[in-house]
Each structure stands twice: as C-alpha cells, then as structure tokens.
Ligand binder design. Structure first.
Ligand code: NI
Length: 177
C-alpha cells in the first residue's frame, strides 16, 4: 500500500496525453492498487494515472455510495473499479449537470454539463475487454477522469470568466495555507 503524491494545476504533466497501456503486468497492478489507496486517502471518487505522474491510460473510480441496507446512510460500500484504455461511444443527447471537483484543482467546484449516458469499452488489469452503458454520477465521473487522459481539466469546460475566478480562489487558498 502506498499513497502517491497528487499533481496539481498548473503542473504541465497534467496537460500531457496519456499513452495506451500495453503491458498488463505486476507493475500495472501495483500502480492500480496504489491509485486506489491514494483516491481513498485524498479522499476522492476518481483518479487518473496521470494525476500521480504516470501518463498511462488507466483510471480508478469508486463512487463510495451509502449502503442501501443501512437506513442511517452512514455505511459506505467500497467498490473500487479499474478502467484500462477506456474508449467512449454513443454519448446521449440528454445531458446532466454536476458540480464537479478535482483532486488536481483542490477544493474548487463548478457546474459542468456532460452527456447523461455513455457507452464505455475498457480492459481490466488482465487485458480482458468489457463494455457497459453508464449513467448518473458514474457517467459524469468517468467522463471527468477520461478527460485527464487527454490532458483536459474540468475547469477547461468553464467560461473564461468562471475559470479565472476559480483559479484566483485556488491561488488565494494556497497563499493562506
Ligand atoms: Ni479530476
């Protein structure tokens, strides 16, 4: 188990385009395990490999939703999912708006519009292919994480005015921290 340092904007590595994973080996499995530990520690619901400085097309997501069997809503179900070389198709015309945040843009949130449903093809850690139609928060989250593989941050989806305001707030927060 290892907690990896998370890169933050404006680190230029976050702007690189990640390379496809070709070696489904022990190193990849270790990276995935460390990314999951890092995501829980942050805490966050998703992390792309490039955010820990490894520009490979791999993401981890765990929405960490409350257990429906527990009425208090305090029990969180852990279900970490790993997506290697994810590819999207058939984005819905219908859209969803979520207030998004990002571990690489700490403590800043803004509404982002994305397709409400999307089909995702990916490989697991053994290279086995999978396909699933995603919706809700999962669809939003995987699109946000996939953006990282293209060097895109959620703030790039905002108007220039909104983005500048958010970056100013981030700068201010860092100065007092
Ligand atoms: Ni992010």
């Amino acid at each position: 188990m290892a907690i990896l340092p998370i890169l933050e904007t404006p680190d230029p590595i976050l702007r690189t385009i990640s390379k496809p994973v070709t070696a489904f080996d022990a190193t990849l499995k270790q990276l995935a395990a460390d990314m999951i530990d890092t995501m829980y520690d942050a805490p966050g619901i998703g992390l792309a490999a490039v955010q820990v400085g490894v520009p490979l097309r791999m993401l981890v997501i765990d929405l960490q939703e409350p257990d429906p069997a527990d009425e208090s809503g305090e029990t969180i179900v852990k279900n970490p999912r790993i997506f290697v070389n994810p590819v999207f198709s058939e984005p819905s015309a219908a859209t969803n708006i979520y207030s998004e945040g990002c571990l690489s843009v700490p403590e800043q949130y803004a509404d982002v519009v994305r397709p409400a449903q999307i089909t995702v093809d990916w490989q697991d850690l053994d290279g086995k292919p999978h396909r699933e139609r995603m919706d809700g928060l999962m669809a939003t989250c995987i699109q946000h994480e996939h953006d990282h593989l293209e060097g895109i941050l959620f703030i790039d989806h905002l108007s220039r005015l909104k983005r500048d305001m958010l970056l100013k707030k981030l700068h201010k927060m860092r100065r007092v921290a």
